[in-house]
Design a binder for this molecule. Sequence first.
Ligand code: NAD
Ligand code: UDP
Length: 315
Amino acid sequence: MTFLTAKRILVTGGAGFLGSHLCERLLQDGHDVLCVDNYFTGNKNNILHLLDNPHFELMRHDITFPLYVEMDEIYNLACPASPIHYQHDPVQTTKTCVHGAINMLGLAKRVGAKIFQASTSEVYGDPSVHPQPESYWGHVNPTGTRSCYDEGKRCAETLFFDYYRQHNLRIKVGRIFNTYGPRMHPNDGRVVSNFIVQALQNMPITIYGDGSQTRSFCYVDNLIEGFVRLMNTDDAFLGPVNLGNPVEFTIKELAEQVIVLTGSKSELVYKSLPADDPMQRKPDITLAREKMGWEPDIQLREGLIKTIAYFKEML
Ligand code: NAD
Ligand code: UDP
């Protein structure tokens, strides 16, 4: 798909897993892309192949500090996403979510840019409503080890809607559910990358708890299509909108699929469940279907095969 008019688009967190795929997609669509990252969890290798493109620009910058650039659109993705990374320096995580949002919203306001926020299913916490529609306000611990991220992202959503109400900003808020694919960090502790890396090395597969907790896994290409569609919806549609694959698996089922697809000899080992680990998670994507005509079509098996191929080459 190519737009008639090229836009100047800022992607914060552009050297990360999702950000690098988004930069790639926006360049393919004919836009000028400025990728901003402080490389906390991102990696230059993720975007190395884009550096020769004259429409791609890279800037090392921490979004907790103001940024002065001229842009038409902003995708705000900067934030560590995996529990071990966002809990490493929880104060910085909250600052990235909150100060980062204020800085990016301030930038959007100054230059009149449209701005997208990468929010998260974690705003629902350990949900008591299942599946989760956007109207559910969540069940979040405000003082736990996941709170820096969960509450940081909730506060960012508040800021987005206040900038809309107070300053008429054009905002789009997407709530991302577990997404996987090539360029996930092999050591970031997320379940899909952990299981694949363990299986490829015939190491024990670590299931936290009894493996009956559920997640819904979206393949990265489907998610990026969702980002772009959301950004291009009518200005009246702000979200929040769930972006994820509604097909739900238990963590044990995921482990079994990974073993089959890698042909691994790994055994399952059971470890204690981390604090505040949600028991179930599955997006209700009715709104995304209605407003964006979007729903994921890459199912877990197909996505896992592509992701396994990536990690095989890396290892
Ligand atoms: P990631 O860790 O791979 O990418 C985050 C990027 O942000 C990294 O490149 C990191 O270096 C950068 N960054 C962190 N703090 C920064 C700061 N202060 N200034 C500038 N750059 C900074 O994670 P990801 O999976 O690509 O997630 C991207 C976004 O999507 C995050 O906002 C995350 O909360 C959200 N999200 C992701 C998922 C998922 O399943 N991957 C689910 C829900 C939400
Ligand atoms: N998990 C697991 N083994 C691992 C890593 C994660 O059993 O090696 C579990 C984790 O406890 C959680 C689920 O898998 O129940 C998803 O974890 P992840 O960190 O990927 O994402 P989130 O909890 O943020 O959805």
